[in-house]
Design a protein around this ligand. Sequence first.
Ligand code: TXA
Ligand code: MG
Length: 318
Amino acid sequence: MALTETQVISAQEDGAIDQAVELLIAGKLVAVPTETVYGLAADALNIVAVQHIFEVKGRPANNPLICHVCDVGMAKRYVDVTETAHTLMQHFWPGPLTFVLPKRAEAGIPDAVSAGLGTLAVRCPANKVVRALIKKLDRPIAAPSANPSGKLSPTSAGDVAEGLSGKIALILDGGATNVGIESTIIGVQKDKITLLRPGTITADEISECCGLEVFDRDDETITAPGQLKSHYAPNAPVRLNATEPHGDEVLIGFGRVKGAFSLSPTGDLEEAARTLFATLRAADEMGRKSIAVAPIPSSGIGIAINDRLTRAAAPRSH
Ligand code: TXA
Ligand code: MG
């Protein structure tokens, strides 16, 4: 792949968003901040740019991308928004909740975006920079997390540069992300809701908002091919539910379990989600034989944190 010079500019700089929009219109890739993790954005209607995302990330072509929109109106151009989905969008958007809905065939989203599926994932991010950018572009951006496939998701512009510098046109620096883990993903079919990826918006909150049960994904039929077992992996192997380090291990603590790092000394799950990926990176940089992580309660946001940790600890296929 040809090397590109990657510019990093502050999102606050005058004209920064205009410059990003121009690059997107020209078919280039731009890393953008969202409230969850940084995204690697392309004009969702430009098939060449979309294919470039898969190339740059080393992402399997069967792993579909999320289209980021600036409001419910824009989502309706590309997917059939069911009544239940509409209720949930009104309540949770803008915010870290992604909907997988029937794709409108006439809407012009290239098949590559949704990996040939009949559905399309849509999300309206809460971050002001990326919302302003989508509004100005007046079309959705396709954006997976801005990291090489299988590696830790980026929560700062520096993290993006580490993985993708020399491969993309621009990184818009909007500071550290404040949610820290990727959006909750739900599939909505008429009146059935399926949790495809847990996040900081929990199944209970979704259920409470629309009065419907949220079903767990049936692992036998992987509808989100991206939900591969090994993902979010640091270089060192990861051991979970550790209360003390073994040998050369570096321990990441939580609450009362103290380590070289802590996801949250007070045992706050929101803080743990926000610091998770940056802490795994920092622990990895110590170059120890392995990384041990303290137990995280499996309730509320802890479900999403444990999901990411389990994948980080899974046997590697690469
Ligand atoms: O918070 C987020 O969602 C971040 C930021 C950048 O917005 N994005 C993100 O994208 O996490 P990515 O590509 O890393 O993860 C998207 C997930 C993948 O697991 C993919 O398989 C799933 O969404 N997905 C996308 N479209 C789908 C579809 N039509 N059906 C089922 N799963 C889908
Ligand atoms: Mg990702």
